[in-house]
Design a protein around this ligand. Structure first.
Ligand SMILES: Cc1cc2nc3c(=O)[nH]c(=O)nc-3n(C[C@H](O)[C@H](O)[C@H](O)COP(=O)(O)OP(=O)(O)OC[C@H]3O[C@@H](n4cnc5c(N)ncnc54)[C@H](O)[C@@H]3O)c2cc1C
Length: 475
């Protein structure tokens, strides 16, 4: 095996593996090194997303959603079953199989693109040399014309609630619970906290989420955030805002969490406590002295708008660099870098990164929130359409939520789309395309949407921006 490559990628998560595959497709010789180790000691490509993030969380979400529907909707449909119960072991087995199929799929994709996948640790040395340590401890030095750093992120730690891997756990730990805890505490009402909190709530846990900020989902459009909070509270998710945790200690009764809120000092006792206060870039052991790669004050690898670092022909992508920590953002960066390495023109349009929160109802948005547009001083108009007025949503028994479209008054350009409701994460793709093409509200109004589909809600929201909605009374 040659030790020289056109491109060496360190990290095989959703930012690194697409960089490797695209570079391979473009005829470059590529090695992709990944050190992800599963609990059973096996190595797997796919990073956080496939092994302990996006994919396993959505597998559990689907199971918990089915259980919830069986309990709450089947009778409405006229479907009667015996007692519905949950087998967490089987649910976890199914999740494991989905994760395995996904991570093994990467090996097949590598084969197709002629990428050499190397399980083990990679460390960048000066001059684009990479020290590769295999699982058996053997060390080789590889050299690359280009090196792409895609080392990802790890859960942020809270000194007052240190992980013990058993009772005070991170997002990977809560995805692997063997049974439903009676009382689950979550620190952090961000995307991961509310997604995983609502999964275990549907599976029967009493869930309390403690959030230090006074505002719920501060980066979302606040009309959507308020609607979401209303639904989550109705589902029994107990979200306490302005709750600052000062200590978490393990005792006989479980984990005692001390926090302060407006009313003063409070205590909460739970069986499991998840710390989900965000993630931080992971670059431990990645850089030897003298590589020329710089980290910023928060530990992110410093890059320019094309993901090039301060060192010649060394690039960095994904969660390890600035920008939203999302798999699809990392993927686009990985592909852009591979194309630039191959001499093509490529860019990432950071203005169209969609955000999705996989709860029920689902939340998704792209572009600017109403708060951001207002702050910009630009005159705007709003179109709104509730799923209650959608025939398809009624047929699906999923009428919670709405579509909100914000467009500029001066030139009709769509500035942002915010959806809370069924399949919001799928529906937002059309809005992303609209933003990518700098579409106007009129462009969406003139686009025919199939009936009856949920996508009509976006069409009607665009019409409503000019008081032309047909299936809802214009206000
Ligand atoms: C519970 C949870 C749910 C999530 N759900 C979503 C979602 O639904 N949608 C979404 O877009 N995002 C989601 N995310 C975020 C998403 O997982 C990350 O944005 C994404 O994984 C980042 O990709 P990455 O390739 O930059 O890093 P990672 O996925 O973290 O991959 C980095 C890889 O590099 C390896 N590595 C690091 N250093 C070295 C080294 N020196 N040598 C060799 N290998 C190394 C790591 O072991 C890892 O395998 C979720 C995250 C969590 C935790």
């Amino acid at each position: 095996m040659s030790d020289s490559y056109d491109v060496i990628v360190i990290g095989g998560g959703p930012a690194g593996y697409p960089a490797a595959i695209r570079a391979g497709q473009l005829g470059l010789t590529v090695a992709c090194i990944d050190g992800w180790k599963n609990r059973d000691g096996s190595y797997a490509f796919g990073g956080t997303c496939l092994n302990a993030g996006c994919i396993p969380s959505k597998a559990l979400l689907e199971s918990s959603e089915l259980l919830h529907r069986a309990h709450t909707e089947f009778a409405t449909h006229g479907i009667h079953t015996g007692p519905v119960s949950i087998d967490v072991a089987q649910m976890q087995k199914r999740k494991g199989a989905i994760v395995k199929a996904s991570t093994q799929g990467i090996l097949a994709l590598f084969k197709g693109a002629k990428v050499t996948g190397l399980a083990g640790h990679g460390r960048l040395l000066p001059g684009r040399q990479v020290e590769f340590t295999a699982p058996d401890g053997t060390v080789r030095t590889l050299s690359g014309k280009h090196v792409v750093l895609a080392s990802g992120s790890e859960p942020a730690r809270l000194p007052s609630a240190p992980f013990d891997g058993e009772n005070i756990i991170d997002s990977w730990g809560v995805l692997d619970l063997a049974e439903t805890p009676k009382r689950l505490g979550v620190i952090g009402a961000g995307v991961i906290g509310v997604e995983l909190g609502s999964v275990w709530r549907r599976l029967g846990a009493e869930v309390v989420i403690l959030e230090a900020l006074d505002t719920f989902l501060p980066t979302a459009d606040q009309q959507v955030a308020k609607e979401a909070l209303k639904h989550f509270n109705k589902q029994g998710l107990n979200i306490k805002l302005g709750a600052k945790v000062s200590a978490a200690t393990l005792g006989k009764d479980g984990v005692t969490v001390r926090y302060t809120d407006k009313a003063g000092e409070q205590t909460l006792v739970v069986d499991k406590l998840v710390v989900a206060i965000g993630r931080r870039p992971y670059t431990e052991g990645l850089l030897a002295e003298g590589t020329g790669v710089a980290l910023d004050a928060r530990g992110f690898v410093e890059v320019d708008e094309h993901c090039h670092t301060a060192a010649e022909n060394v690039w960095a992508v994904g969660d390890a660099v600035r920008g939203p920590m999302l798999a699809h953002k990392g993927k686009e960066e990985g592909v852009m870098v591979a194309e630039r390495i191959a001499g093509h023109h490529a860019e990432v349009n950071y203005k169209t990164v969609p955000s999705v929160i996989y709860t029920a109802p689902e939340i998704a948005w792209v572009g600017l929130t109403e708060e951001q547009v207002k702050a910009s001083g630009r005159e705007y108009k709003i179109g709104n359409f509730p799923f209650l007025a959608s025939g398809r949503a009624r047929a699906m028994e999923s009428t919670a939520g709405f579509v909100k479209l914000i467009a500029a008054v001066d030139n009709d350009e769509v500035l942002g789309v915010h959806i809370i409701g069924p399949m919001a994460g799928e529906l937002i793709a059309e809005a992303g395309l609209a933003l990518e093409y700098s579409a106007s509200a009129a462009d969406l109004q003139m686009t025919m949407h199939a009936h009856p589909t949920l996508s009509e809600a976006l069409h009607e929201a665009a019409l409503s921006a000019d008081k032309r909605a047909i299936d809802f009374i214009n206000r």
